[in-house]
Design a protein around this ligand. Structure first.
Ligand code: NAP
Length: 222
């Protein structure tokens, strides 16, 4: 068993989620940031790849106080569980995602440095070990499901999005297209990795103008 899983991503019109410097770009508008916050508030866990932690250093918490209060009133934690997919345990110990505003799970493989794993555990971080070389994503989502995670939000980046789709672990993908073209053949895209053959087919389940851009919502067909 695995959670209902969706990817949420902000993309330029040409499909890029950052530029080749891999710095965080402001692609979303205020309206979209509020929508993303609501998605976070509805989710039981939020997952990112280590590439995103190293380049953006996100905190991955619910920004709106009202939404956090609503979660508490529902008997849930103020913030969803944060999950970092990080085979070699490269996460900096001062990463914002490791602060004490929410529970964090760092998923590593057998390549992880054991001293670093121990240091994380001493900080109260839950370290889940599965996989040779890369993290075993199927084992990870099953572990999360057994912890009570029924709704999982994947917030990138390009490589983790690809890997989750490749493993067949994604139900829906929401792409907000901001009003810009980024360009650059080495800029990360919504989905990197190697191409899917045949391509993964989607069903369009929603499209709306939002701020200066367009939100599209798609269901993955199997
Ligand atoms: N616009 C947006 O919505 C948005 C959202 C998020 C990120 N971003 C951008 O995306 C870029 C980061 O994307 P990225 O592709 O470099 O990194 P990423 O997808 O965040 O992380 C990928 C890394 O995860 C680790 N990993 C562990 N197990 C894995 C597995 N089974 N499959 C795949 N990866 C696994 C690998 O590193 P190890 O082998 O070292 O573990 C891999 O390199 C940044 O530029 C960031 O700004 C944009």
């Amino acid at each position: 068993m695995r959670p209902f899983t969706f990817i949420n991503v902000a993309s330029s019109v040409d499909g890029k989620i950052s530029n080749e410097k891999r710095i965080q770009l402001r692609i979303s508008c205020e309206e979209d940031l509020r929508r993303v916050d609501e998605l976070r508030a509805k989710s039981d866990a939020i997952m990112v790849g280590i590439g995103t932690v190293l380049s953006d250093n996100p905190k991955l918490t619910v920004k709106s106080e009202e939404l956090r209060k609503r979660r508490l009133a529902e008997g849930r934690d103020e913030n969803p569980i944060r999950v970092v997919v990080d085979s070699k345990c490269r996460i900096p110990l001062d990463a914002k995602v490791l602060d004490n505003s929410a529970k964090t799970i760092v998923a590593v493989s057998n390549l992880a440095n054991l001293e670093k794993v121990e240091a994380l555990r001493k900080m109260g971080v839950d370290v889940f070990v599965a996989g040779n070389n890369k993290v075993d994503l199927k084992a990870l989502v099953e572990y999360l499901y057994n912890l009570g995670v029924k709704i999982l939000m994947v917030e990138g980046g390009a490589t983790l999005n690809w890997a989750m789709l490749k493993e067949g672990l994604v139900d829906e993908i929401y792409i907000y297209y901001g009003n810009m073209i980024v360009g650059g053949k080495d800029s990360p895209t919504v989905v990197d990795g190697t191409s899917f053959d045949p391509p993964i087919k989607l069903e369009l389940i929603g499209v709306e103008k939002l701020g200066f851009g367009v939100l599209t919502r798609w269901r993955i067909l199997r």
